[in-house]
Ligand binder design. Structure first.
Ligand code: ARG
Length: 464
């Protein structure tokens, strides 16, 4: 026989139930072990709701004061780490409300016109808005680290790659600034998501609003929301803002993974373009000589779980009937894990870049490959009036000859060039100067010296 509900259970679940939930059910449904993280938002939301309840006469001034005092005490207890979270009270909302009611009988009036459905949606939106602001700071810190490293090694040129084959020379700074651009788009997407999260669901009740004349706009103002949700069914079941946040974060994680991949490649003996500081690498338990870029590898690997979280969230909402369904409780761990993972990755990569040196000599050796300027020779022929397709063919043949004869392209005798095309003359040889080659690239967005310097200045201004 089931035990009859205790006074505490009655307080939690009301009078409907003759039995407390089975222990298995309690264990299966509880969420306080992770949703406690919403506590700040939950208390702010309750303070605003209580103030509005006083203004419409549901709470007396003294009841409101008691609630306000109680919530502030709970805030301080949680902050100090002394608050007793009770798994039997299921979630963060029930824990805080029960603790409040234990402090003051007025606590029993706080939930007037409110459901946990609009409450949790409100808490989540507050949490997400705040979290995205912190992401913005972390993204800017990584951008600053990239710009600082680019500035420090402004003169370094390395091969730019396509298909991971050496293609054309670029400044190292240009390569790093490519990531600064990607991160700027990530910050933009997050800010956009933040705007859509900035709508107050409270007042939607369980799904159908309330018969009590709640002043939703007033609560929105108190909590700093730009607007109130216009549809109560949508308000309690909408998790688009979390999906969007997870999607923007997944793309951000993908960008971080690409950066990490470049760092892994560059720090290998095969490239040897950078040396990551000892404090940001690890050894091997077996091979004494090893110095592994584990941080970068984990940054690459963690993109997988962030993408997984997005897929989990999309799958979570895809089959939900209108309106709130308990499935939605599963959004939180995916959200928190995404935020924690991306934030930690941003932070550690920024610190690691601050402890990374560039091996200018190895970059210079790699970029000395004359084949990187084959396209410049074709362009030179175009300037002599040769159609580009013809010029492409001429240089392609020269490359084949240089490979056959094992003579570097820039050392191929002029007579060979002249035989390939009569427009070739002595000034063709001047093309094989990497620094001059970069000076020729003067369009907006090109890796020319002045262009890169201008982009560096632009970013230093944007990211003081
Ligand atoms: N813990 C729940 C969640 O995260 C709160 C809302 C519960 N609502 C309900 N009617 N059981 O979604």
């Amino acid at each position: 026989m089931k035990p009859s509900p205790s006074a505490k259970d009655q307080a939690l679940w009301g009078g409907r139930f003759a039995a407390a939930p089975d222990q298995l059910v309690q264990d299966y449904t509880k969420s306080v072990q992770y949703d406690w993280r919403l506590w700040r938002a939950d208390i702010f939301g309750s303070l605003a709701h209580a103030r509005m309840l006083r203004e419409i006469g549901v709470l007396t001034v003294s009841e409101f004061r008691a609630i306000e005092r109680g919530l502030r005490e709970i805030f301080a207890e949680i902050e100090a780490g002394v608050f007793q979270w009770d798994a039997a009270r299921e979630d963060v909302h029930m824990n805080i409300e029960a603790a409040l009611t234990a402090k003051t009988p007025a606590g029993a009036k706080l939930h007037t016109g409110r459901s946990r459905n609009d409450q949790v949606a409100t808490d989540l939106r507050l949490w997400v808005k705040n979290s995205i602001a912190a992401d913005g700071d972390a993204i800017r810190a990584l951008q600053r680290a990239l710009v600082a490293l680019a500035r420090k090694y402004q003169q370094v040129i390395l091969p730019g790659y396509t298909h991971l084959q050496r293609a054309q020379p670029v400044y190292f700074a240009h390569h790093l600034l490519a990531y600064v651009e990607m991160l700027a788009r990530d910050a933009g997407r997050l800010a956009d998501c933040q705007r859509r999260a900035d709508v107050l669901p409270l007042g939607a009740g369980a799904l159908a609003g309330s018969t009590i004349p709640l002043r939703r706009e007033r609560v929105a103002k108190l909590l700093g929301f730009a607007a109130v949700t216009p549809n109560s069914l949508d308000a309690v079941s909408d998790r688009d803002f979390i999906v969007e946040y997870a999607a923007a974060s997944a793309l951000l994680a993908v960008h971080l993974s690409r950066l990490a991949e470049d760092l892994v490649l560059w720090s290998s003996a095969e490239f040897n373009f950078i040396r990551i500081g000892d404090a940001f690498t690890t050894g091997s338990s077996l091979m004494p000589q090893k110095k592994n870029p584990d941080v970068a590898e984990l940054a690459r690997g963690k993109a997988g779980r962030v993408i997984g979280n997005l897929v989990a969230l999309l799958t979570l909402v895809k089959g939900l009937p209108m309106s709130y369904n308990r499935d939605l409780q599963e959004d939180k761990e995916r959200l928190f894990d995404t935020v924690d993972t991306v934030r930690a990755t941003l932070t550690v990569l920024a610190a690691m870049l601050g402890d990374t040196r560039v091996n200018a000599a190895a970059c210079a050796r790699a970029v000395a490959d004359p084949l990187l300027l084959a396209t410049d020779v074709a362009d030179w022929l175009v300037n002599q009036g040769v159609p580009f397709r013809r010029a492409h063919e001429v240089v392609g043949k020269a490359v084949a000859i240089s490979e056959q004869r094992r003579v570097p392209l820039d050392k191929l005798p002029l007579t060979v060039w002249k035989k390939l095309h009569p427009a070739c003359n002595a000034s063709l040889k001047k093309i094989f100067n990497v620094s001059a080659a970069l000076d020729r690239r003067q369009m907006t967005g090109a890796p020319g010296r002045q262009q890169v310097a201008a982009q560096l200045r632009r970013w230093e201004k944007i990211l003081p």
